[in-house]
Design a protein around this ligand. Structure first.
Ligand code: ADP
Length: 319
């Protein structure tokens, strides 16, 4: 079984990323013998919108180091741009993709269409994503709702390629990912806790020190219900409190015996600090040379693993 996941270095990783993505990625390392995990920092995908090169480099380095700090050391870790096959196969797939199908992609419709300065790469990045997947030949791809359209396009491109140029690609099946913990923004519990710098205090980053966690949780939005039994989950009527309860449980805490919002926030703070502390410590202890060498050998493994697929696609297309 091949597990493949990539994260875009467009912001600092959050508690949402940890509970919703990184923890399941770490758990997959312990799945049946013979399974292989490839985990990548998708720096090429970060070029599809305005970006600052120095910031991108810093975020890529930080993310690489964090992947090690959270314990993904039993996987093949790589940085996408260090494996040129991604960009090369992406171009070949662009040459099989149709304007109409890329034009229908929801992300492009929402974020780029009809804006003259939209980067062309925002339009074509689904082909890069298809390359990211097809190069590693996974037989299944688990997806949440937001990624389903991309993987459907990946299948369409692979099927068309195989029909037109010969059987080259393994066409992956789409499986629905088990609904993981969904962490909401502490200041705006109607929206998810996403990667961002300008967060207004609602986002917990993995490297936040304890006092910052305490302040952010302390200011989290709750509600004005202060009666007996106010500390209870109710996603519709009490989204802020429900989010805090979810975080508490996901971080190994328990709400038993807690009757006030102050008590709940103190417990959430303790649980989150305990969850993040080992990550911060390992991050601080990592030697930059060691991180570089892990990612250099990961890229080498990926170059070797992807070379046959790229060669087959090139040959089939007449190159
Ligand atoms: P972000 O919004 O942080 O940029 P991405 O869309 O790049 O996140 O997602 C990276 C991974 O982290 C995905 O697997 C996504 O499901 C997961 N993830 C992101 N935010 C959250 C969240 N708030 N709660 C749970 N999982 C999340």
């Amino acid at each position: 079984m091949i597990n493949l996941s990539m994260l875009k270095p467009t912001g600092h990783l959050t508690l949402g990323n940890l509970l919703g993505a990184l923890r399941p990625m770490a758990a997959a390392q312990r799945s049946p013998a013979g399974s292989i995990c490839y985990y990548g920092v998708a720096d090429l995908h970060a070029l599809t919108v305005d970006h600052d090169p120095a910031r991108l480099r810093a975020l890529t380095t930080e993310m690489a180091r964090l992947l090690l700090a959270i314990g993904l050391d039993r996987s093949t870790l790589f940085i996408q741009s260090h494996v040129p096959a991604h960009a090369e196969l992406s171009y070949l797939l662009e040459c099989t993709a149709h304007i109409g199908e890329l034009n229908r992609m929801i992300q492009f419709k929402e974020k780029g269409r009809n804006r003259p300065s939209t980067r062309v790469s925002l339009f074509t990045y689904p082909a890069l994503m298809a390359a990211d997947i097809l190069l590693y030949r996974p037989t299944t791809v688990p997806v949440g709702d937001d990624q389903r359209q991309h993987v459907e396009l990946t299948r369409d491109l692979a099927l068309r390629f195989n029909r037109t140029y010969g059987e080259v690609f393994t066409v992956p099946e789409i499986v629905t990912a088990p609904a993981g913990a969904r962490v909401m923004n502490l200041q705006d519990p109607g929206s998810k806790m996403g990667k961002s710098d300008d967060d207004g205090g609602g986002i917990i980053h993995l490297l936040d020190p304890p006092d910052v966690v305490r302040r952010k949780v302390g200011r989290a939005v709750t509600d004005s219900d202060v009666g007996v039994g106010s500390v209870r989950p109710d996603r519709a009527a009490k989204p802020g409190v429900t989010n805090l309860l979810d975080i508490l449980v996901a971080c190994g805490g328990s709400a038993e015996g807690i009757t006030t919002y102050g008590g709940l926030k103190a417990a959430v703070t303790d649980a989150v600090v305990a969850e993040l502390e080992p990550i911060r410590n390992r991050y601080a202890d990592l030697d930059p040379g060691e991180v570089s060498s892990v990612f250099a050998s990961g890229a080498e493994v990926c170059r070797r693993a992807t070379a046959p697929m790229l060669a087959a696609a090139r040959t089939a297309m007449g190159l």
